[in-house]
Every structure is written in structure tokens, then in C-alpha cells.
Design a protein around this ligand. Structure first.
Ligand code: C3B
Length: 831
């Protein structure tokens, strides 16, 4: 076939290039104002100007994206696919400008047009298609894949509503409002009307010979692709994040419509659209809801159909599938991809069952993100049976594989078999998705050294016995230094560049280069500049809080920050109890004594799952304690407390650079890794934390003298919990200072005490997360923090040394680990 069609010269001479001089940029922005937005100079506001600028940047991304995708198609490299139900992207414009290297030019061009780039950036809504760490990690990995020029695509869902917007009611409790993030159109996506797949639910599956079956009937819905361009840093390589939207297969049921039954007619179309309408706002818990299972299948089925079509275009034999495709399962959410690929191979491609199983287990890799039991997904057998009858058969058939290998290695060990089975006995029976994810993949990894060790010792212990330990390894999480240093903290990034006499790109691409800062740690002139950057970031945050909330923060105080999802294991309760303790201590002091105290601003932010009662009570307590403390003339110069509502990626970008110290205080052994700990340290903040997750590896890098550790260690936790259960000791006896705090809350010092009883009782009774065990050492650690902060020069040195040693925590390192040790893919880029 002739290419291009028609007059080759006409094509060639008309292809758009990338004119990135300022006049061309201005022309492109104004052009979008005129034609894409149909607006004019006289009625253009900041939102319109943002949209026009975004569309102009998008033109650049699309051209790079086209070239990259064309290059992959021609070169046929092995590709990796990252399947994640969450991608917490945040804003795009600033990041795209930085990665393209066009920020200064757009800045000039936009001011020529009478606007300020900073104001336009603020117009963009966050793409918040995720709950927390897991979703943000996926976003960092996409940035690193593109920056490392690796052929990686993300696959997810295009939720119409992202994570809910958090409001604070007059009584201090959390309220949830929808997040209609697509309201003003999304310039960063391309709808692909031509990329659609049919996805089936319900119906019946009839078994044939050779382990095959025919699945028919039921409901069919359409998956349509939306592509989001993921630009690499200082490279043309622009990868793809493909998000699926659900649509009815036919507009509506014409038969019912004609019969006058309008409701019935739109019902099926509504139920199809409902699948991708909203992100589930639960973090670390599973609920067994049918719609969630529908989301999971819809997404894995569409993604695999797409991957299969791409593979088939190569014209290779199916036996080579794992030579061209690696698929990473981000947590158990996409585990249905395992039976789905079996279904495709066996039922549609005529691959014999055993050969298909070989291919499947050579294709998939599984990352576990938590060992908390309530987060391990289980699906009731009757639900699966009804919604996905063919997959239920396949899961039963895979169970047979498990039974036979376990029987062979551990004959007669019924208990072991019961633990390892995909089916958990009970009424109803449940399918254990973590077991399926383990059995169906080449490798399983945890997200920090300690966590990976706990995976081997606890949830995957039996499988380690079966497969050997080499299947279970570690990839410590990472963060992208582009967003989490250069974008969020340009002053620091500039100072580092100027000090090391290196272009920013050098350390933003090789974060180990920050080690060069060590030699300046003792230089008073540099220390002064370092401190000035921190101070200006505090002022930037204070300004932000002033304009958004009308509150006045004391910028001459130490900023102590805890920002993350509200969860009992993360122990925001320990922090607020510590704040109350500090307040009571201040109240006990004379004015003269108070003057010697290190002034502190404590900042919290984070969302609670809407159904998580105790977590929501914690927010309410924080807000009401803040009201009392901030209004107390005796103490307000020494202690301020704020709960900043509606935590988001964008808010984190303002908070993190302003922090002197941040809190990562989970009960030992519960926080798999944590990633904000890395972000704070990269921005020169110090940590107070437990010996948990990536805190441990951070301390290994920066030196334990630069981290404020406290609390019991992981091996002690189980025994302590046992004691609490069977030999409880009253708080009054175990920890009098904490008892005093609890009593003050009960007594109504911060408003109606009765409200908080259920929260206080979690501590007084089982105290599963061991606040009573760790409180004393926590207060001790905070005291050491205060003392260290008084010696400002020493503190600044610690801060510099911390940033200098963050090289390991770049997501570039993490993604290279995956690429080399798991996926076996290589960098490749368009010429
Ligand atoms: C989180 C973990 O809680 C964090 O420790 C970890 O850093 C991140 O994942 C990324 O690995 N996590 C989450 O956000 N949601 C879950 N359902 C499970 C873990």
C-alpha cells in the first residue's frame, strides 16, 4: 500500500514541526484562544488563558508522543505495562513545561499577553484518580519510565469523579463532596473513538473439551480509550497512560423505548456508564462490592484485549508472548488479569491449558503494598460465579494446579493446603486474590526492605516454602525528583545547581549527584542560603493558607508536618495526643519558662475514608483542639495547630518544601514503605519516625544521627499486642502523661468530650496500634527535636546532609530495578 496517500510533497511540506521560539509560542497560544476556545482578547480570563496555554503545550506533547509511539511500532521492543487502578497525577502543565524545557519561554510569552504563568498554573484542577501512596507511586513511575526512555504504558480507569473533595463542617467533622474534575474539559487527554473493546459480564459459561469453554449471554459494555501523554524529562520520549471509560454498547434499548418504557430504556445504558463513574475512596480496606469487581474486570479485560491486539500486530507466534510483553500488577486490584489471559489463550487462541499457564506465569509480576490483613482482597465465590462465570471456572482450575504442586511437595499437609488454596472456606467461600496473584506471576515484590521481609515471613510464608525465596524480592519505592524537587521547590533546585555548578538536568536525572552538597554542609555562606530557601518556602505556605483559609501562620516557628491518609496504623492520634500534651505542659509553665520554649506550628492534612468512623473522629478532634489552642493567648506564640482541608498533590507541593520536621510514626511493621518521607528529606526536612518502612533505609543513607527514631521495633509488636489482649494494664498505670491527655479530652476541654469516647477507647482498650507503648519515647523524641532545632547551625547541617543523601530514593532507580530485574526491557528512543 502506498504511503502517504495522495501528494507526498503536500504531506511532507505541511507536517507541523516544533517551533519553540517565543513568537511561535505566543502565536500558538493566541491561535488556541481564537479557534479552540472561540474567545477573544477582551474576554479572556485566567481560566481561558490557562486552557489556551495548556492546548499549546499539548500540541508539543502530541508530536513527541506520535514519534515515540511510531518508534515503538517500528522497533518492536519488549514492552512493559503497569496496571494500576489508581494514578494520582496531580497537575500537568507545570510538569510538562519543565520536562519539555519550555518553562522560561512560556513564562515570557504569557506575560507578553498580560497574564502571569503562576496564576495560570493555579487554574488547573488536580487529576486525583487515586487515594494515596499507591496511586502517587504509579504516577512517579510513569514519569521515570518516560524519562528513562523505557517502553512502558500505564493502564487504568478514567473515573468521572476522582477522590472526593474534603470539607470541614462547623463541628469540625469531615464532609465529602464530589470531585467533578472533568468539568472544565481536560486538555491532557485524547479521546480515542477508534479504540474500543466489548467487555462481557454475567451470562453463562459452558465447558467444552480440553479445558476450554464458551462464555456467552449476559451484559456487554463498551470500553473506550482515553490517552494521556506522559512526557519524559529532557527527552522526546513521551509515553502513554491509557484510561478506559465505560459506555453502553448501544445508546439505549430501542425496544423498550418504542414500547414507551423510557426508564427501562435508559437503565442499561446508565448501568454501563456507572462502571467508571467514581473512584472507590477506601484505602487499605476491601468491601466486596459488585461494582468494584466490575471495575476491576472491565479494566483488566479492556487492557488485555488492547495488549493482545498490539502483540498480534507483530505477527509473532503466541509462544513468544512473554518475550514481548511484561505486565506489572499494582497490588491485587488487577489480579483478574491472570484468569482473563488464561481465558484468552485457552478459549480464543486455542493454546493448550498447560502451555497457556506457562505463558501467563512468565508474563505477570506482582507488587504487594501492605501486610495489613484488612487490605488483602477477597471476593465471595457466589459474586464471582454470577458476574464472571468463566473466570470462576478458571480460578477453580488454577486451584487444582495449586493442590497438585502442594500435595507433591508436602504430601498430606492439609492445613498448609487450606492456607494456600485460592478458596478460603466459609459461608460464603471467598477467593483470595493475593494467593492468585502470587501463583500466577513470575515474581512478587514488596516496596521496602523491611516490608519485603515481612511479606516473606507472614502473608507469603507458605509460598516461599513452595517456590523458594528467589521469587520474592524487594524494590524500594522511589519518587520523581522532577516534581518533588524542581517543580515544588524551584528555589532549592536553583541553589543546588548554582552551588554544585551543574545544570539542573544533571542531578534531576542522576539524583546521586546531590552528594556533592556534602562538601558545602559546613560552609556558613551556603548554610545561610539554605536556610533562606526554607524560610521563603514557609512564607509561601503561610501566604497560601492566608489566601485560601484566612489563617495567619507564625513563620518564625518550626514547622512540624504530618500529611497522609487518616488511618489508625499511621497514628495521627499519637501526634494529636502529643500536641495536647505539649499544650498542657505549656499551660503549666510560667510566662518566663515559656519564653525558652521552641515555638512550633503543627500542620496536619489528609482524608479519611467516608465510612471510617474512628479516622473521621480523629480529624474532628484535631480541628477542635486547634480551635482552643490557637485562641489561647498564653500559648499561641509557642504552639499553633492547623488542619488543612482537602489534602492533594498540589497542596503537598506547597507543604513539603516548608517543613522543618515531618512525622512518619506508624506502629512498627505496618507502613510498607511510605513515600512522603522521601519527599520531605529531599527538600531538606528531617524525620521523626518509627523504625518502619522506608524510614529505615532513609536512616541508613543519611545516618541515624540525622533521623529522630523512637518506639518499639517490629519483632516486639506481636508480643505486646498479645499482652494487651490477655493482660491489659490501665493507661493510668502504663502511661500517666497519656492518661492525663485522654482525660482532658473526655472532660470536654476541647468541646463535647463524649463525642470522642469511641476514639479514646481504642487506646484505653486493646490499643492495637500501641500508642500507650510508644507515647513516652515519642515525647522524648520530640524533645530531642526541639533541642536540636535550638542549635540552628547544626540543624541546617543535618538538613543539607539529608538532602545530599537522597539519591537512592529517585523513582528512576526504582524503575530501572523493575526494568532490569523483572521486565527485561531496555531503553529506546526516537532519533
Ligand atoms: C501504600 C502503603 O501504605 C505505603 O506504605 C506505600 O509507600 C505505598 O502504598 C506505595 O507502595 N498503600 C496504599 O496507598 N494503598 C493500599 N491499598 C496499600 C498500600
Amino acid at each position: 500500500e502506498k504511503w502517504p496517500r495522495g501528494d507526498e510533497k503536500a504531506w511532507k511540506t505541511s507536517m507541523r514541526g516544533l517551533d519553540t521560539d517565543i513568537p511561535s509560542i505566543t502565536k500558538s497560544i493566541v491561535g488556541h484562544v481564537q479557534t479552540s476556545l472561540a474567545q477573544q482578547a477582551h474576554n479572556l480570563d485566567d481560566l481561558g488563558a490557562y486552557q489556551a496555554a495548556a492546548l499549546s503545550v499539548r500540541d508539543n506533547l502530541i508530536l513527541n508522543w506520535n514519534e515515540t509511539q511510531m518508534h515503538y511500532t517500528r522497533k518492536e521492543p519488549k514492552r512493559a505495562y503497569y496496571l494500576s487502578l489508581e494514578f494520582l497525577m496531580g497537575r500537568t502543565l507545570d510538569n510538562a513545561l519543565l520536562n519539555l524545557g519550555l518553562k522560561p519561554k512560556y513564562d515570557d510569552s504569557i506575560s507578553q499577553l498580560g497574564f502571569r504563568l503562576e496564576d495560570l498554573l493555579e487554574q488547573e484542577r488536580d487529576a486525583a484518580l487515586g487515594n494515596g501512596g499507591l496511586g502517587r507511586l504509579a504516577a512517579c513511575y510513569l514519569d521515570s519510565s518516560a524519562s528513562q526512555e523505557l517502553p512502558v504504558w500505564g493502564y487504568g480507569l478514567r473515573y468521572k469523579y476522582g477522590i472526593f473533595q474534603q470539607l470541614i463542617a462547623p463541628d469540625g467533622s469531615q464532609l465529602e463532596a464530589p470531585d467533578p474534575w472533568l468539568e472544565h474539559d481536560n486538555p491532557w487527554e485524547l479521546p480515542r473513538l477508534d479504540v474500543t473493546y466489548e467487555v462481557r459480564f454475567y451470562g453463562h459459561s459452558e465447558r467444552l473439551d480440553n479445558m476450554k469453554a464458551v462464555w456467552s449471554g449476559g451484559q456487554e459494555v463498551l470500553a473506550m480509550a482515553y490517552d494521556t501523554m506522559i512526557p519524559g524529562y529532557e527527552t522526546k520520549s513521551t509515553n502513554n497512560l491509557r484510561l478506559w471509560e465505560s459506555k453502553p454498547k448501544r445508546g439505549f434499548d430501542l425496544q423498550s423505548f418504542n414500547a414507551g418504557d423510557y426508564e427501562r430504556a435508559v437503565e442499561s445504558s446508565n448501568s454501563a456508564a456507572a462502571i467508571t463513574s467514581v473512584l472507590y475512596p477506601n484505602d487499605h480496606t476491601t468491601f466486596g462490592k459488585e461494582l468494584r469487581l466490575k471495575q476491576q474486570y472491565f479494566w483488566t479485560a479492556a487492557s488485555l484485549a488492547d495488549i493482545m491486539r498490539r502483540f498480534k500486530n507483530l505477527g509473532k507466534p503466541i509462544s513468544e508472548f512473554p518475550d514481548y510483553v511484561a505486565i506489572q500488577l499494582n497490588d491485587t486490584h488487577p489480579t483478574l488479569a491472570i484468569p482473563e489471559l488464561m481465558r484468552i489463550f485457552v478459549d480464543e487462541e486455542d493454546v493448550p491449558w498447560d502451555a497457556a499457564w506457562q505463558l501467563v506465569t512468565n508474563t505477570f509480576f506482582f507488587t504487594n503494598h501492605t501486610v495489613l490483613p484488612e487490605a488483602l482482597e477477597k471476593w465471595p465465590v457466589p459474586l464471582m460465579q454470577n458476574l464472571l462465570p468463566r473466570h470462576m471456572q478458571i480460578i477453580f482450575d488454577i486451584t487444582e494446579i495449586v493442590v497438585s504442586v502442594v500435595e507433591k511437595k508436602f504430601p498430606g499437609d492439609r492445613e498448609r493446603l487450606a492456607r494456600m488454596s485460592l478458596i478460603e472456606e466459609g459461608y460464603p467461600q471467598n477467593i483470595r486474590m493475593a494467593n492468585l496473584a502470587c501463583i500466577g506471576t513470575r515474581k512478587v515484590n514488596g516496596v521496602a526492605e523491611l516490608h519485603s521481609e515481612l511479606v516473606r515471613l507472614t502473608i507469603m510464608k507458605d509460598f516461599v516454602d513452595l517456590y523458594g525465596v528467589s521469587k520474592f524480592s524487594n524494590v524500594t519505592n522511589g519518587i520523581t525528583p522532577r516534581r518533588w524537587l524542581d517543580q515544588c521547590n524551584p528555589r532549592l533546585s536553583n541553589l543546588i545547581s548554582e552551588t554544585l555548578k551543574l545544570p539542573k538536568a544533571v542531578f534531576l536525572k542522576d539524583l546521586y549527584k546531590l552528594e556533592g552538597l556534602l562538601q558545602f554542609a559546613d560552609d556558613p555562606a551556603f548554610q545561610k542560603k539554605w536556610a533562606a530557601v526554607k524560610q521563603s518556602n514557609k512564607e509561601r505556605l503561610a501566604q497560601h493558607v492566608q489566601t485560601t483559609l484566612g489563617l495567619k501562620i507564625n513563620t518564625h516557628a518550626m514547622f512540624d508536618v504530618q500529611i497522609k491518609r487518616l488511618h489508625e496504623y499511621k497514628r495521627q492520634t499519637l501526634n494529636i495526643m502529643g500536641v495536647i500534651h505539649r499544650y498542657l505542659t505549656l499551660k503549666d509553665m510560667t510566662p518566663a519558662e515559656r519564653k525558652k520554649v521552641n515555638p512550633k506550628v503543627v500542620l496536619f492534612a489528609g482524608k479519611a475514608a467516608p465510612g471510617y468512623y474512628v479516622a473521621k473522629l480523629t480529624i474532628r478532634l484535631i480541628v477542635n483542639v486547634a480551635r482552643i489552642i490557637n485562641a489561647d493567648a498564653d500559648t499561641k506564640d509557642y504552639l499553633q495547630l492547623y488542619f488543612l482541608p482537602d489534602y492533594s498533590v498540589s497542596l503537598a507541593e506547597v507543604l513539603i518544601p516548608a517543613s522543618d520536621i515531618s512525622q512518619h510514626i506508624s506502629t512498627a511493621g505496618t507502613e510498607a514503605s511510605g513515600t512522603s518521607n522521601m519527599k520531605f528529606c529531599l527538600n531538606g526536612g528531617l524525620l521523626v519516625g518509627t523504625v518502619d518502612g522506608a524510614n529505615i533505609e532513609i536512616a541508613e543513607e543519611v545516618g541515624e544521627q540525622n533521623v529522630f527514631f523512637f518506639g518499639h521495633l517490629t519483632p516486639a509488636v506481636e508480643d505486646l499486642r498479645y499482652k494487651h489482649m490477655y493482660h491489659p494494664v490501665p493507661v493510668e498505670q502504663k502511661c500517666p502523661p497519656l492518661a492525663r491527655v485522654l482525660n482532658e479530652v473526655s472532660a470536654g476541654r476541647f468541646g463535647d468530650g463524649g463525642v470522642y469516647e469511641p476514639l479514646l477507647n481504642t487506646i484505653r482498650q486493646h490499643d492495637y496500634y500501641l500508642l500507650t507503648e510508644d507515647f513516652d519515647s515519642y515525647i522524648q523524641a520530640l524533645k530531642l527535636v526541639d533541642e536540636a532545632y535550638q542549635d540552628r547551625t547544626e540543624w541546617i547541617k543535618k538538613s543539607i546532609r539529608t538532602t545530599a543523601k537522597m539519591g537512592k530514593f529517585s523513582s528512576d532507580r526504582a524503575i530501572q530495578d523493575y526494568a532490569q530485574e523483572y521486565w527485561n526491557i531496555e531503553s529506546t528512543k526516537p532519533e
